[in-house]
Write a protein that binds this ligand. Structure first.
Ligand code: GNR
Ligand code: NI
Length: 171
C-alpha cells in the first residue's frame, strides 16, 4: 500500500469527470488500497480517485468513529438511485481544500448502487454522515466540489486564496 499525494484546489484535475471502471481487477484493488491508506493518513472519512489524480469512478469511505473498529468501504461506479426529500445539513470539509469548512444541505438518505471490492453489485441505503460523505465523493467523480454549494462570493474567495497559495509554493 502506498500513500499518494493529494490533488489540491485549484488543480483543474478536480473538475474532470471520472470514467467508469470496466473490470475489478488487481490494479483496481491496489488503487482502492492506496486510496484507503491515503485517506487514513490524511486523515479523512472519504476519498475519490481524482483526489490522487486517478480519473476513475471509485471512492472509499470509513465513517467509523475514533476508537471504534475500522470500517473501510469501497464503491466502484457508484450511482445514487434514490434520494430522500428530507434534507440534512453538515459542516463539510475536503482534503483537496484543506482547512476550509462550510455547511452544505443535501438529501438526508440516499440509496447508492455500486460494485464492491468483491466485483459484485450492491445496494446501500445510507443516512447520517455516510449519506453526506457518499454524496460528497460522488460529486468528486463528476468534477463537483462542496464549495459549489456556497455563495459565489465565498467560493471565489476560497479559490483566490488557494490560487495564491499554489503560486507562492510553485518553484
Ligand atoms: O474527510 C472528509 N470529511 C468530510 C466531512 C464532512 C463532509 C464530507 C467529508 S469528505 C472529507 C474527505 C474528502 O475530501 N473527500 O472527498
Ligand atoms: Ni472532498
Amino acid at each position: 500500500m502506498t500513500i499518494k499525494p493529494l490533488i489540491i484546489l485549484p488543480d483543474p484535475l478536480l473538475r474532470q469527470v471520472s470514467k467508469p471502471i470496466e473490470q475489478v481487477d488487481a490494479d483496481v484493488l491496489k488503487l482502492a488500497d492506496d486510496m484507503l491508506e491515503t485517506m487514513y493518513d490524511a486523515p479523512g472519512i472519504g476519498l475519490a480517485g481524482i483526489q490522487i489524480g486517478v480519473a476513475r469512478r471509485i471512492l472509499v469511505v470509513d465513517v467509523a468513529r475514533e476508537g471504534d473498529e475500522k470500517n473501510p468501504q469501497v464503491f466502484i461506479n457508484p450511482e445514487i438511485v434514490k434520494s430522500s426529500d428530507e434534507r440534512s445539513v453538515y459542516e463539510e470539509g475536503c482534503l483537496s481544500i484543506p482547512e476550509y469548512y462550510a455547511e452544505v444541505e443535501r438529501p438526508a438518505i440516499v440509496t447508492v448502487k455500486h460494485i464492491g471490492r468483491d466485483g459484485k453489485e450492491h445496494l446501500v441505503e445510507a443516512d447520517g454522515l455516510l449519506a453526506t460523505c457518499l454524496q460528497h465523493e460522488i460529486d468528486h467523480l463528476n468534477g463537483v466540489l462542496f464549495i459549489d454549494y456556497i455563495s459565489r462570493l465565498k467560493r471565489e474567495m476560497v479559490i483566490k486564496k488557494f490560487t495564491k497559495a499554489a503560486k507562492s509554493k510553485a518553484i
